[in-house]
Design a protein around this ligand. Structure first.
Ligand code: ACO
Length: 375
């Protein structure tokens, strides 16, 4: 019997603080008029010190899990797609796993810049469809504001922070995630990068002085690349799903620049009202942009049961991709009792994490820290 991967839960998290274009114009030589006319962005969320990629991801994850019929401990897999991980390691996904108490889940991060959420969804859906797992949590989460050079007007106007999460569950009912196109071209890696802090250019006072820990971008080249691949990837994934462009009800594109989305719509000869756009409020939130737009589209009734939907994105790498899905209305019957039980589980997850740390310390004291058999 065929197995399908349905999206049964979705949720978002945004930082408290909003930074408007007018406020940005106090920081760098720019204007609201320039930013809106070149990008369509009016404002973006910026994380405070206590808001991080992992904390936003965990918040979005809890919201996505809340209306489903599973608990965190039923998750088999957690993938966090991110361009601004909490650390190089441990993976942000492991921090989320601990925070929400997903004690039976494997967890890892996926790095494919803004295309990451599409790639991660495809990986999780494949694992469900093969029968290898039943339940997965896929998150796109970013605090790009920490990686932006706030003196560089060509980049700092574009990016914002936030997170979005999908819960995926196996089902015998047709629908859910269908086909995916995944592409990359490393020869364009220098067009959009964060050069320092890795193995090639380790952190040093010099790299900090030269701002090599911040986003470096050739905006014009990225723009040209994006307008080309958004349309071609959409066409390819629609064909692989056996649909025509006319049969697509909704396109949820990566929210980088309104002009890029408009160019894609023109290239595909699709009306703009089929495209979900919310970048005016968020800016470019990289891996979080597609789930943030998708969740908003569902809440606003722009995506309904039976709709044929395409997710399409591009990003550093260079990477690009598209995914076709049929929206399925999940069966949601969550009683107040289950809600209360979940709150208790969330509390217990934190207690468990605390106790595990103490247990590890005690084991170290009892068994010693040496791994040498003679000591
Ligand atoms: N305010 C005012 N003027 C500005 C600003 C600003 N914030 N930024 C640049 N300018 C100036 C430039 O200096 C330039 O001046 P000049 O002509 O005197 O040299 C002029 O405006 C035009 O600059 P362009 O770079 O040609 O502007 P463009 O119309 O290409 O818009 C933009 C720039 C918005 C960055 C655009 O190229 C773009 O959106 N590119 C794609 C970027 C993108 O999507 N990146 C994310 C990829 S996803 C990921 O992986 C994170």
């Amino acid at each position: 019997m065929s197995r399908f991967a349905h999206i049964t839960g979705w949720g978002t998290a945004t930082p408290k603080r909003v930074l408007t274009n007018e406020e940005l114009a106090q920081l760098v030589d720019t204007s609201d008029e320039w930013i809106v006319s070149r990008t369509g962005i009016h404002a973006r969320y910026i994380a405070d010190q206590d808001e991080t990629t992992a904390s936003l991801a965990a918040e979005a994850a809890c919201r996505a899990l809340a209306p489903t019929n599973i608990e965190a401990h039923d998750l088999d897999l957690i993938i966090v797609a991110t361009s601004s991980p909490e650390h190089i390691f441990p993976a942000t996904a492991c921090l989320v796993q601990d925070e929400i108490g997903a004690i039976n889940a494997g967890a890892f991060d996926l790095s494919a810049a803004c295309t990451g959420f599409i790639f991660a969804l495809n990986m999780a859906a494949q694992a469900i469809r093969t029968g290898s797992i039943d339940n997965a949590l896929v998150i796109g989460s970013e605090t790009l504001s920490r990686l932006v050079n706030w003196e560089d007007r060509t980049t700092c106007i574009l990016f914002g922070d936030g997170a979005g999460a999908f819960v995926l569950q196996g089902s015998d009912r047709p629908g859910g995630i269908y086909t995916c196109v995944m592409r990359s071209d490393g020869s364009g890696g220098d067009l959009l990068s964060l050069p320092a802090g890795g193995s090639k250019i380790p952190t040093s006072i010099k790299t900090v002085e030269q701002n090599l820990h911040t986003i470096q971008m050739n905006g014009r080249e990225v723009f040209r690349f994006a307008t080309r691949v958004m349309a071609s990837a959409t066409r390819e994934v629609v064909e692989s799903a056996g649909w025509t462009i006319e049969q697509v009800d909704r396109v949820i594109p990566h929210q980088a620049n309104l002009r890029i989305i408009e160019a894609a719509a023109r290239g595909l000869r699709m009306p703009m009202d089929k495209f979900v756009v919310n970048l005016e409020k968020y800016g470019n939130t990289s891996t979080a942009s597609i789930p943030l737009a998708a969740c908003e589209a569902v809440e606003r009734g722009m995506v309904k049961a039976g709709d044929r939907v395409v997710l399409v994105g591009f990003g550093a790498g260079l990477t690009w991709g598209a995914l076709s899905l049929e929206w399925v209305e999940p069966e949601r019957k969550v009683s107040p009792l289950v809600r209360r039980r979940r709150r208790v589980f969330a509390f217990l997850a934190r207690v468990r994490s605390f106790l595990r740390r103490i247990q590890r310390k005690l084991e170290g004291l009892i068994w010693g820290t040496s791994t040498h058999p003679d000591r």
